[in-house]
Design a protein around this ligand. Structure first.
Ligand SMILES: Cc1cc2nc3c(=O)[nH]c(=O)nc-3n(C[C@H](O)[C@H](O)[C@H](O)COP(=O)(O)OP(=O)(O)OC[C@H]3O[C@@H](n4cnc5c(N)ncnc54)[C@H](O)[C@@H]3O)c2cc1C
Ligand code: FES
Length: 334
C-alpha cells in the first residue's frame, strides 16, 4: 500500500489511483475540471518527495520550480507528501469589469488585472484557469491580447448543472474578484511557423474565443495567405459576433468568415450557410490542398476529434493540426 500524507494525515492510495482521486475520495476539496492534464485546476505542492515526470511535464517550468505538479496525472509508486496550492504563489488577481450576453447562451466576460505587472504573458488563443470566489477552478480560452487591450476577454457558455457557470450566470457581479493562472495550450498564431501558410480555423460554440484571438493576431501580423474561419451552431441563436465578423471579412480580403448552422433559417439566408461545419467545409475545400493548410480546431471534444481525423484523412498533415478540445469535468469514481 502506498501512503499519501496530506496535512500530517496518512491516506491510503488504491492501486493505480491518482493523487487527485485519492484526495477527493477522502473529502479534500481540491479543484479539478478535466482529469486529463489540460485545465491545470488540480495543482498540488509536493513536499519532500519527487512527483512523477508524467505529472510535471504538463506545467510550465516556473511552477515546477515552486514544487507544483498535476494531481490528476500522478499515480505514485512510493509514499508521498502533498499540500494544497497557495493561490498567491502563482495566481493573478482579476476583477470583473463587465458581463455581456453575446447570445442567449454565451457571456462575454471582461476582466481587469489588479496589478498589471503580475500578469502572465500569453498568446491569444491559449487558455487560463480561472478560480472563482468559491474556489471552483475551470479552464477558459483567451479571446484577446492583454498586451494590446489591457484587459482579458473570455467567452463562457451556460451549462445546465455546471458549478462555475451556475455561479457566473447567476451570482457573479461586476467588481467581483477571480484568480487567474496560465497560460497553457498550443492553439495560438505563431508568426514564424504560420506566416506562409493558409489557415483553417473551425470551432463550435465558445470555441470561437480562441479562434478570434488567432484571427486577430494573424491580421495584426499581416498574414499573407487566406484565413478561413468556420463557426458552427445548431441554430442562428447559437452563433455570435456574426455582424462583427462579416465586417472584419469585408475589411480584410484574405479573411473569410463561414458561419454554419444545422437548422436552416430562411431569415439568415445569405449570411449563414446551412449544414454541419464538416459538411460545409468539405464542400468549400474540395479543390484545396489541405496539406498546405495549418488548422486550428476548438470547442466540443467530439467535434474537435472528429474533424481532426477527417482533415487528416483528407490530406492535412497531423503536425499542422492544432486542437483545443473543451474537455468537461468527469465524474469522480466511488
Ligand atoms: C482547454 C479548455 C478550454 C476551455 N475553454 C472554454 C471557453 O473558452 N469557454 C467555455 O465556455 N468553456 C471552456 N472550457 C470548458 C470549461 O472549462 C468548463 O468545463 C465549462 O465552463 C463547464 O464548467 P462548469 O463548472 O460550469 O461545469 P461542471 O460543474 O464542470 O460540469 C460539467 C458539465 O456536466 C454537467 N453536469 C454537472 N453536474 C450534472 C448533473 N448532476 N447532472 C447532469 N449534468 C451535470 C454540466 O451541465 C456541465 O455541462 C474549456 C475547457 C478546456 C479543457
Ligand atoms: S489538469 Fe488535472 S483536473 Fe484538469
Amino acid at each position: 500500500m502506498t501512503t499519501l500524507t496530506y496535512k500530517h494525515k496518512p491516506l491510503q492510495l488504491k492501486p493505480q489511483e491518482t493523487v487527485l482521486d485519492c484526495l477527493l475520495r477522502h473529502g479534500v476539496a481540491l479543484p479539478y475540471a478535466c482529469k486529463a492534464g489540460m485545465c491545470q485546476a488540480c495543482l498540488v505542492k509536493v513536499v519532500n518527495c519527487t512527483a512523477s515526470e508524467e505529472s510535471r511535464k504538463w506545467i510550465k517550468p516556473s511552477l515546477q520550480a515552486l514544487g507544483y505538479t498535476l494531481a490528476c496525472q500522478w499515480v505514485p509508486d512510493t509514499d508521498i507528501n502533498v499540500e494544497l496550492p497557495e493561490l498567491a504563489d502563482f495566481a493573478v488577481a482579476a476583477t470583473i469589469r463587465s458581463l455581456r450576453r453575446l447570445n442567449p447562451q454565451v457571456l462575454q466576460v471582461i476582466l481587469d488585472i489588479a496589478d498589471p505587472r503580475s500578469m502572465f504573458a500569453y498568446r491569444p488563443g491559449q487558455y487560463l484557469t480561472a478560480t472563482n470566489p468559491a474556489g471552483i477552478a475551470r479552464a477558459y480560452s483567451i479571446a484577446n491580447d492583454y498586451a494590446e487591450d489591457a484587459y482579458v476577454e473570455l467567452h463562457i457558455a451556460a451549462t445546465s448543472h455546471g458549478e462555475f457557470t451556475h455561479w457566473l450566470f447567476g451570482a457573479a457581479r461586476v467588481g467581483e474578484q477571480l484568480y487567474l493562472r496560465g497560460p497553457a495550450g498550443n492553439c495560438f498564431y505563431d508568426v514564424r511557423e504560420d506566416a506562409g501558410q493558409p489557415l483553417l480555423l473551425a470551432g463550435t460554440g465558445t470555441g470561437l474565443a480562441p479562434l478570434l484571438g488567432i484571427v486577430n493576431q494573424a491580421l495584426q501580423h499581416q498574414h499573407t495567405q487566406p484565413i478561413h474561419l468556420y463557426h458552427g451552431g445548431r441554430s442562428v441563436n447559437q452563433l455570435y459576433l456574426v455582424d462583427e465578423l462579416h465586417s472584419l471579412a469585408r475589411a480584410n480580403p484574405l479573411f473569410h468568415y463561414h458561419p454554419c448552422v444545422i437548422e436552416a433559417d430562411p431569415q439568415a439566408a445569405g449570411a449563414v450557410q446551412t449544414g454541419r461545419i464538416e459538411q460545409v467545409m468539405t464542400r468549400d475545400m474540395a479543390k484545396e490542398k489541405l496539406a498546405n493548410y495549418r488548422s486550428y480546431l476548438c470547442g466540443a471534444p467530439a467535434f474537435v476529434h472528429g474533424l481532426r481525423k477527417k482533415l487528416y484523412l483528407q490530406g492535412a498533415r497531423s503536425e499542422h493540426i492544432h486542437c483545443d478540445p473543451f474537455t468537461e469535468r468527469t465524474v469522480v469514481p466511488d
